[in-house]
Design a protein around this ligand. Structure first.
Ligand code: NAD
Ligand code: MN
Length: 480
């Protein structure tokens, strides 16, 4: 809603394609069932604060039912099934996702707050691509480099966050099923709707009952799932804090564990970089998905000689970002996912000012209802500032400068995290020199936030361990 020379007419995507039920049960053993203790919570649209649906809160008894269903399905149907037969189901799921992608994109935008342009053009195509990719592996596991007959682990308990609800579901479920495991998945409490729609897709695909089970709830439900003794493998994506709790809970058991946690990525811009492209990369790196991205380029490291010019161009570009109705096809920055997340962003931004950094926010009118934060940049940031060290998980960029490549490496790696990094330079040799020295799972060169199901993704240090995506992603779900 910022002021523009040419004001755009509203271009809202119609929400009539989605059919949200007033209340949802749990998806266990191929059926919709009620929770045993009758508890529920609400999912809201963060752009309007409108209540979307009543969601069942699964208790320990429900989690136990789901794990038991997954165990039976693993032992009787899915585990013994030849890979080429499992592949057919995964291909069918991938095609159904494609067929229903408009509906799923609208549903994701309504429940999460992300712009329809992103859910339609990024999330949904990647979700379908992930299922297609792992469908292709299901009958080729003997050629994946893990021995002639790699075996599945059994029942996977999977817990995912709210920032890419259906995409994180795909990253978890597609490789697990391809390898012959069955799953119990818990979506985040603020964004359960696309996971529940996915349950319907499993029914449409005639997936055998119990192969995929969806239990909704918050932290307590997640805890009951990861601590359930019938779970063979725990896969978690979320905060480093909860990741550490899970690591402690799983230690000493025979459960396998992969953790995909937070990040504080450096986007490093050298003086020979093509500036306008670099500015686009910075924008995409931190304002994509309102900055609710674990691999967001939240620390901009810019070479001192070009810092002033780059910042000028960056601010000019930021003022053209359209903040507002996520369902509008012209919107670039949507709503913050929840009141709690908005509070966290506001607090860290205040701390940034209190610690002496200079704040600049895009002058834009924000909607009255819903949860909103303007695209913001902090300059004069020191490495010791909390906004340079902690994950803000919002549309807030911290800018630091450097003089030499060695200093850039030093500063980029000066973080407890290590999920991703970006390098902007014309020199190929410098890209390789930098990439070798970055302690980060993914290093992008002259681009940012590029994803492909064939490319492994994961962290160093407190960003977690294990890889998702690609051939590497199979290892987490095989007994190797
Ligand atoms: P969160 O850790 O609070 O919640 C993530 C999930 O864990 C939710 O489903 C939640 O209900 C569940 N949960 C909460 N407490 C639990 C417990 N004690 N035991 C088991 N499950 C529990 O994080 P969030 O606020 O939902 O998500 C934001 C965080 O996730 C950020 O720090 C971000 O960096 C991280 N993240 C990482 C990746 C990645 O791939 N590395 C991707 C997306 C998000
Ligand atoms: Mn919601």
């Amino acid at each position: 809603m910022s002021e523009h020379i040419f004001e755009y007419a509203p271009a809202p995507e119609s929400a009539s394609i989605v059919d949200i039920r007033p209340a949802y049960g749990l998806f266990i053993n191929g059926e919709w069932v009620d929770g045993t203790d009758g508890r529920s919570f609400k999912s809201v649209n963060p752009a309007t604060e409108e209540v979307l649906a009543e969601i069942t809160e699964a208790g320990p008894a429900d989690v136990d039912r789901a794990v038991t269903a997954a165990r039976t399905a693993f032992e009787t149907v899915w585990g013994p099934m030849p890979g080429r037969e499992r592949a057919k189901y995964l291909f069918r799921i991938a095609r159904l996702i494609q067929e229903r992608s408009r509906e799923l994109a609208v549903l994701e935008t309504i429940d999460n707050g992300k712009p329809i342009r992103e859910s339609r053009d990024v999330d949904l195509p990647l979700v379908a691509a992930h299922f297609f990719y792992y469908a292709g592996w299901a009958d080729k596991l003997p050629y994946a480099g893990f021995g002639p007959d790699p075996r599945p682990l059994g029942v996977a308990g999977q817990v995912i966050p709210w920032n890419f609800p259906l995409l994180m579901l795909a990253w978890k479920i597609a490789p697990a099923l391809a390898c012959g495991n069955t799953v119990v998945l818990k979506p985040a409490e603020t964004t359960p709707l696309t996971a529940l729609a996915f349950a319907e897709i499993c029914r449409q695909a005639e997936l055998p009952p119990g192969v995929v089970n969806i239990v909704t709830g918050a932290g307590e439900t997640g805890k009951a799932l990861v601590e359930h003794p019938g779970v063979d493998k725990v896969a978690f994506t979320g905060s480093t804090e909860v990741g550490k709790q899970i690591a402690r809970a799983v230690a000493g058991t025979r459960k396998r564990l992969t953790l995909e946690l937070g990040g504080k990525a450096a986007n490093v811009i050298f003086d020979d970089a093509p500036l306008d492209q670099a500015v686009e990369g910075v924008i995409n790196g931190i304002f994509f998905n309102q900055g609710h991205v674990c691999c967001a380029g939240s620390r901009l490291l810019v070479q001192e000689t070009i810092a002033e010019e780059l910042l000028e161009r960056l601010k000019a570009r930021m003022t053209t970002l359209r903040v507002g109705d996520p369902l509008d096809k012209n919107t670039d920055v949507g709503a913050v996912n929840s009141a709690e997340q908005l509070e966290k962003i506001r607090t860290l931004a205040q701390i940034g000012e209190a610690e002496g950094a200079t704040r600049w926010s895009v002058p834009c009118r924000l909607p009255e209802q819903g949860f909103w934060f303007p695209p913001t940049v902090f300059t004069g940031v020191a490495q010791s500032h909390r906004i340079a060290r902690e994950e803000i998980f919002g549309p807030v960029l911290s800018v630091l400068t450097f003089r030499t490549p060695a200093e850039a490496v030093e500063k980029a790696n000066n973080t407890p995290y290590g999920l991703s990094a970006g390098i902007w330079t014309e020199k190929g040799s410098r890209i390789l020199w930098m990439a070798q020295r970055m302690r980060a799972g993914v290093v992008w060169a002259n681009t940012f936030n590029k994803f492909d199901p064939a490319a492994p993704f994961g962290g160093y240090k407190e960003s977690g361990f294990g890889r998702e995506g690609g051939r590497h992603g199979l290892e987490a779900y095989l007994d190797v």
